[in-house]
Each structure stands twice: as C-alpha cells, then as structure tokens.
Design a protein around this ligand. Structure first.
Ligand SMILES: Nc1ncnc2c1ncn2[C@@H]1O[C@H](COP(=O)(O)OP(=O)(O)OP(=O)(O)O)[C@@H](O)[C@H]1O
Length: 622
C-alpha cells in the first residue's frame, strides 16, 4: 500500500469503504473514511486492501485489475452491475449478479450468434462465452467438459443453467425437436420441482442429454422455515391451476394447506398462474400427455391433502390415537387421490403392523397403536415418500425424452447450491446445509488436488498453490464410525433417538478435535446462545460455523413404516402403484424396512457424491 493513497477498509453494511491510513499500529491500522472525515476507526491489517487509482472504472476481467483483492473484485462487480453489466470474468470463471429484471437484448438470438466460435475475452463477459468455450474445448481437446453453476438460493443458478443449455442447443444443436426438449426438461424442473442438481450431458453435436439429481430435500415437503417456501409445484397447482383442475383435485388456496402455510404463501417475484401454464407447456414439449400430466398433478394434490390430516389421543387404554373429526375431508381426499381405501389409510396412519421374530410364535402379526407424535411422523413420512418417488419418476421421464447414447465426449452442467454461510450468518440451522458444506469441501479438495497434480505432471512450471488442506474436515464429517454422518446414522438406529443425544455423542467422540468445539466456547454471542447439546461448531477455513442440530435426527430419517409402504405399493391407482414398484423392486427393501426402518439421507449424499465425483473425474476439469 502506498503512502496517502486510498485503501479499502471494512464497512459494516457495504462490505468495504474507501479511506486513507492515518496511523499504523502493531496489528491494526487507523483509517479515516473518505466520506466521513475525522471519524477514524481501527481495522485489522489483513482486512485493509489497496484500492485502484480510479474506483469508478471497471474492467471485464478481474484479473486485469492493478490490485486484485476481495475489495477491488467486489467494487469492480458492483460498478459493472450499476451499468447493467451483470457478468464479469475472473480468467475462465464467470461471476454473474442477478439483475432481477430482463436486461434488453442480453440473451436474444443475435447475441447467441455473436458468441458462436469466439474465443474467451474477445467479447464482453457472458454466460454464452463460457458455454462456447466448453464446446470448443470439447471439440479441440477431445475431452469432456464441466460447467459448474453455484451460488446462494436466488442467485440465478437455474436461469444461467438454462441459458447455457439454450446456447448450446441453439448454436450446436441438430435444429430438431430434441434441442427444445433439453431446454424444456430443464424448465420443467425450474418451474415445478426445483432444488435439483441436474448434470446434463450434451453429446458431441448436442444430440442428447441426461438429467441426474443427487438429493431432494424431502424435509422441506412437510416443514419449512418462516422465510422458506415449499416446492414451486404445490403453489403452481393450488394457486395457479385452472378452476377445473383445482375442482377435480379438491384444491383451494395455498393458505388452506398445512404443508404450505408455515412459509410465505406468495413470492412477489413469481407468477403462479403464468408459471403453471409454462410448466404445462414444458411438460407437453418433453412428451408427457394429458393423462400423465393429470396423474402427476393428482399425486401432488394427494400429498397436500395428506398434510391436513390431524390426530388426537384416542382416550383408550391402548395409548394410541385417532384421526380428528375435522380431518375427515382431508383423509377422504388424500385416499381418493392416491388410490387408497379410506379405512386402510386411517388404520395405517394410526397403527403399524409388526412381525414377531423372537419369542411367541414366529411370524405373528401384531398391530401396534401409534401415539399422536408417531402418527404425525408416519403421515409426513408417507407424504415425503410419495413426493420423492414422483420426483424420481419425473427425472426418469425427462431422461426418456432425450436420447442418451454413449458418446466419447460430453458437456456436464452441474447446478449446485452453496451452503449459505457468510461471516454475517454464522449459524446454520439446516441439516442439508451440513450436507452441502460436506459436498463443497469434497469438490474443493478434489479440484485443488487434481489441478496441482496436473500442473506438475505437465511440467507447467506453475508455482504451487498453497491452500488449506481440508481433508481433516471431510473426515470429521464422513469418517466411518466416528464421522458426524455415521454418528447420526447410529443415532437413528436407536430405539429412542434424540437430537440431544446425537449432539452429545459428536462432542464426546471429538473432544480433542481441532476442528470441532462446543458453542459455549465460541467468541460469537450468537453461537453461545446455542446450548452445547443443541449444536456444534466446525472451524472451517473461512470461519467458525455453528450447526444447530435440532431436527437432524428427523431429517436424516426417510423411513416409511411397513404398513404404509405396503399400502401405497398396492394402491388401486396404477400410477401410484408404479411409482412404488419401480423404486422398491425387491422384497429385501420391505424386510429391511421392517427391521431397521431406517434409510439415511446422509448416506445418500455420500453415495450421490460418489456419482458426481465419478463424472467429475471423467470430465477432468474439476
Ligand atoms: N440473468 C437473469 N436475468 C433476469 N432475471 C434473472 C436472471 N437470473 C435470475 N433471474 C431472476 O431471479 C429469479 C431467481 O433465479 P434462479 O431461480 O435462477 O435462482 P437459483 O439460484 O436457481 O435459486 P434456487 O437455488 O433457490 O433454485 C428467477 O426466477 C428470475 O426471475
């Protein structure tokens, strides 16, 4: 930093502010803000950065900045954003800022043709430039390519993934129906199921594709936080569908459904009616006929009605519960829409059937009445199971729409959410955030390791990039027996699992682990408000994150008790029956459900990561 020249120093709301250094202390600097003369404040040396000579000038590639640091990068992106230039390069990485309005001509066909075949950097930064580079590299290097789209919720991942697909299909497609289908397949997910990580393969001449998903956040179907909405399709259907469809499926406004009313009912940026119509068009274009479309809507409606079933104590000596009288309509509608006998559904929601394996006569069937809490869990497990099977079905159907032949090379587009942590948001309350963090750690580890190795192997003479090896953090989460995910799986297998017991076990097993500590020992008050048996802190490279463990046990458990599983597997409704037949094709699964009754979400995350890693290794870019 040069004497007297402006610097970027921390600002509580804007990230950074311009100022000059007026005094240098042992480990801090005294800064006088340019806009508030005389109001000097202290800032840590490592949080003060040199500023560019002209802070109102912007560059297309952050690497062209005289000083490249966190503050100049943010300022450059901010200046560009104020001029509607939402894209900025950092070499071959593209930063996109969501404009939340349609910037004229930014994505029109003329712009698409302008970027075709042009090298990166010869035209202004654009997601099309990235897509074109991926295509050209695939052809020239004869090597598959990956495009990873990441960011917080609402950052614009889905939109940009769509722009990539549209660009590739428009520029290098076959000009046939298949191009449209690939884009419409993606649209269908955006407009209805969202929260998926499609890994779309586009073969040599964009002749096919494939959508893969690694995890559906099932817990969101039954419970959302105050600011969170359920999956789009529920609102599209209850608020946006035509009157005849709503009547057919006994649907009224979103505020009449338990699964919807705990979060915001209306998103001011979304048009449920318009999106319902766009979703229907997308379904048609990918080849779903009216019957299949109605099948899909019917099941979604069934899940909504199911959520409105309430229980109360039976008042008998059995200690069980019954369905409240006020819920009789919800029971009737959900049974009808899911093709079940009303009475069978009532019995399966309020009791579970167990087969004895020891003592007494082997194989004796015992009907165990459920308490209110257990019946609530059973109802939610059924809703989650039905919805997630439907989701799998849609993924399969979309994949059937475009050919997927083996091909030497492909382009993968991975849409993956960040895990939502920032220094100003140091408390994470969602189990899924822990899983996403884990996923990212693995990707980063793999990326850095792989790149270093590649540079060395190819003798590129690139200085070794020093990075903090996060393997110990990955182990903390995934190690066998002692990793957080395995401890959680073990907890779920206990007769009476609890979040507190799980949290205590994590602390006990990692008493001396450098990365893990109890909330009480945190420097941050917001962490200390969490009791030691309600959370744990993981010290990441970027800062300490406190994970609140409330509902971890519940969210890790996707089990559906055997009586309910059998009930839906034998639904009168062919569509529902097939949903369960396809993904539950072995007797084994039923037996397992009877014994352990537990399928772990965390494990699915590990398995699906294995899949992505496999693809990613193939693609070599990561
Ligand atoms: N480039 C863009 N131009 C115009 N509007 C945009 C753009 N990118 C995003 N948006 C708007 O922002 C909204 C949210 O974007 P998007 O759905 O892509 O976010 P996301 O990162 O996929 O969020 P989530 O992780 O919650 O699915 C879009 O519905 C759209 O209205």
């Amino acid at each position: 930093m040069e004497d007297g020249k402006p610097v970027w120093a921390p600002h509580p709301a804007d990230g950074f502010q311009l100022g000059t250094i007026v005094d240098i202390g042992a480990d801090s600097l005294s800064i006088e803000p340019l806009k508030q003369k005389g109001k000097t404040f202290l800032a840590a040396v490592n949080q003060v950065f040199p500023a560019e000579d002209d802070v109102n000038k912007h560059v297309e590639d952050n690497c062209s900045l005289m000083y490249l640091n966190e503050a100049t990068l943010l300022n450059n992106v901010r200046v560009r954003y104020s001029k509607d230039k939402i894209y900025t390069f950092v070499a071959n990485i593209l930063i996109a800022v969501n404009p939340y309005y349609d910037i004229p001509k930014l994505y029109n066909p003329e712009t698409i043709s302008k970027y075709r075949g042009r090298s990166l950097g010869t035209l202004p930064p654009h997601v099309y430039a990235i897509a074109d580079k991926a295509y050209r590299d695939m052809k020239v290097l004869k090597m598959s390519q990956s495009i990873i789209v990441s960011g917080e919720s609402g950052a614009g991942k889905t939109e940009n993934t769509k722009f990539v697909l549209r660009y590739l299909t428009s520029s290098y497609g076959t000009g046939q129906d298949i191009d449209e289908r690939i884009v419409e397949g993606q649209t269908l997910f955006t407009l209805s199921f969202e929260s998926i990580a499609p890994f779309v393969f586009i073969h040599n001449a964009v002749v096919g594709g494939f959508v893969s998903h690694y995890l559906l956040e099932k817990s969101r179907i039954c419970r959302q936080s105050k600011e969170e909405r359920n999956y789009h399709i529920f609102y599209r259907l209850s608020a946006g569908a035509s009157e005849d469809i709503r009547q057919k499926f006994h649907l009224s406004s979103p505020d009449t459904f338990r699964h919807l009313k705990s979060g915001p009912l209306k998103d001011p940026l979304l048009d449920d009616h318009g999106d319902f119509n766009r979703m229907s068009v997308a379904m048609k274009k990918i080849g779903l006929d009216d019957t299949e479309k109605l099948d899909l809507f019917r099941v979604v409606a069934g899940v909504l009605h199911l959520g409105n079933i309430d229980f109360e104590e039976a008042g008998s000596t059995s200690g069980g519960c019954t369905i409240k009288n006020q819920s009789s309509e919800a029971l009737e509608h959900s049974a009808e829409l899911l093709g079940l006998e009303e009475e069978d559904l009532r019995v399966s929601l309020t009791s579970r059937v167990m087969l004895t394996t020891a003592g007494g006569a082997k194989g004796t069937v015992i009907k165990v009445p459920l308490k209110v809490e257990q019946a609530n869990n059973a109802r939610d497990a059924l809703a989650k199971a039905v919805y997630s099977r439907l989701f799998d079905h849609v993924v399969t159907r979309v994949n059937q729409c475009f050919p997927f032949e083996s091909s030497a090379n492909f382009i993968g587009v991975l849409d993956i959410a960040g895990f939502g942590w920032s220094p100003s948001k140091p408390l994470l309350t969602s189990y899924l955030q822990l899983c996403a963090m884990f996923y990212w750690k693995k990707i980063t580890h793999h990326y850095l390791d792989h790149e270093q190795e590649l540079y060395q192997r190819e003798g590129l003479g690139v200085n070794e990039v020093h990075y903090v090896d996060n393997q110990d953090c990955i182990d903390l989460v995934e190690a066998k027996m002692v990793g957080v995910l395995d401890i959680l799986d073990e907890e779920n297998r206990l007769p009476q699992p609890s979040d507190q017991h799980f949290t205590d076990t994590v602390h006990n097993k990692h008493k001396n682990h450098f990365r893990l500590t109890v909330p009480r020992k945190s420097k941050l008050a917001v962490h200390r408000n969490v009791r030691d048996d309600e959370g744990f802190i993981i010290r990441h490279f970027a800062g300490a994150v406190c994970y609140e463990t409330t509902k971890f046990v519940e969210k890790n458990n996707d089990a559906l008790h055997m009586s309910l599983e059998c009930l839906v597997s034998e639904s009168k409704d062919r569509f529902v029956r097939e949903l369960f037949e396809n993904s539950n094709n072995s007797k084994d699964a039923k037996q397992k459900a009877g014994k352990l009754g537990f399928i772990s979400v965390g494990n699915k995350f590990k398995v699906s990561f294995g899949f992505t890693l496999f693809v990613v290794q193939l693609v070599r870019l990561l």
